[in-house]
Design a protein around this ligand. Structure first.
Ligand code: FAD
Length: 258
């Protein structure tokens, strides 16, 4: 269901409703466009679900579902899988207790002033920033680049905006090799997102009520900015602290959840 009722929201906060809507749309709409998933795309899906099961700070019912899907995919050893069997797991045909992925597209912080603005792409950025931050806080000994690799391969294989996927892949090719740890993963994604914001500022896809800016702006994080000799400079340490707090699990707002 798509609900278009306008909801007041705080522009400087992250909403769980947007994150759950991202999962719903990606797994039930975007991935569903592929009746059969094989090879590289199947590996991309497995990695995406594994980082969600590991780092997504979701409600227990949602985590139970993501973990059930992750175990099912980990045990799945064939070269190809049909979307209908993935859908059966998403719909909890196995009847795992207390496991549900809400079947709803409900945007809150990602609402656009018109239905064709914002929404899903906004939630994809939000989801992956959040995951890089959660991974940086975790004690997991797995690949420090797991979240960025999951984002890169998800976007390349499934993201519906193919032009976006091409741009993102070329940014990843240019500079993801310089990322060595979980902290630099957080900053890499932040800096690339600002690069995209600057390319898209003034473009037709820009919601006039939500102009593309270099983020976080000074009113949100004064200490993130400095000006030396008339030149703007980011204070990366302050930016990292800001991102850690903005995308902290215990700061996610739960308004408008069922
Ligand atoms: P978004 O850019 O979607 O940002 C969502 C929210 O994230 C913002 O509201 C803000 O709270 C926060 N935010 C903003 N900047 C940062 C930052 N630097 N770090 C952390 N958080 C931040 N559209 C195109 O037209 N062409 C493209 O090539 C293109 N490539 C894309 C590639 C990817 C991987 C993705 C996910 C999207 C892409 N898009 C592209 C869509 C575009 O980037 C926006 O998502 C869309 O226009 C909606 O914009 P928005 O105003 O909701 O803000």
């Amino acid at each position: 269901t798509v609900d278009r009722e306008w909801r007041e929201f705080n522009r400087s906060r992250v909403y769980m409703a947007d994150l759950e809507s991202a999962l719903h749309y990606s797994l039930r709409v975007e991935v569903a466009a592929y009746p059969e998933i094989r090879g590289e795309a199947l590996s991309a899906l497995k990695l995406y679900i594994s980082v969600l099961a590991k780092y997504f700070p979701g409600r227990p019912v949602v985590m139970n579902l993501l973990q059930a899907l992750d175990s099912w995919l980990t045990d799945y050893k064939e070269f190809k899988v049909s979307y209908s069997s993935i859908k059966a797991v998403l719909d909890n045909a196995g009847e795992v207790p207390n496991a549900v992925l809400p079947n709803e597209e409900k945007w809150v912080g990602c609402q656009g002033s018109q239905p064709h603005y914002r929404g899903y792409p906004c939630s994809v950025w939000t989801l992956f920033h959040l995951l890089t931050v959660q991974a940086a806080e975790s004690t997991s000994s797995s690949d420090p680049l797991d979240v960025l690799k999951a984002m890169r391969s998800y976007v390349k294989n499934f993201f519906g905006c193919r032009e976006c996927a091409t741009h993102f892949e070329s940014m990843a090719e240019d500079s993801m090799g310089e990322v060595t740890n979980r902290t630099t993963s957080v900053l890499w994604l932040w800096a690339r997102h600002n690069q995209v914001n600057s390319r898209l500022a003034g473009a037709l896809s820009e919601d006039p009520q939500f102009p593309k800016i270099q983020w976080p702006p000074p009113d949100m994080c004064p200490q993130c900015h400095s000006v030396t000799g008339g030149e703007h400079e980011w204070k990366q340490g302050a930016v990292l602290d800001f991102l850690r707090s903005h995308f902290a699990a215990d700061r996610i707002l739960r308004d408008h959840l069922e």
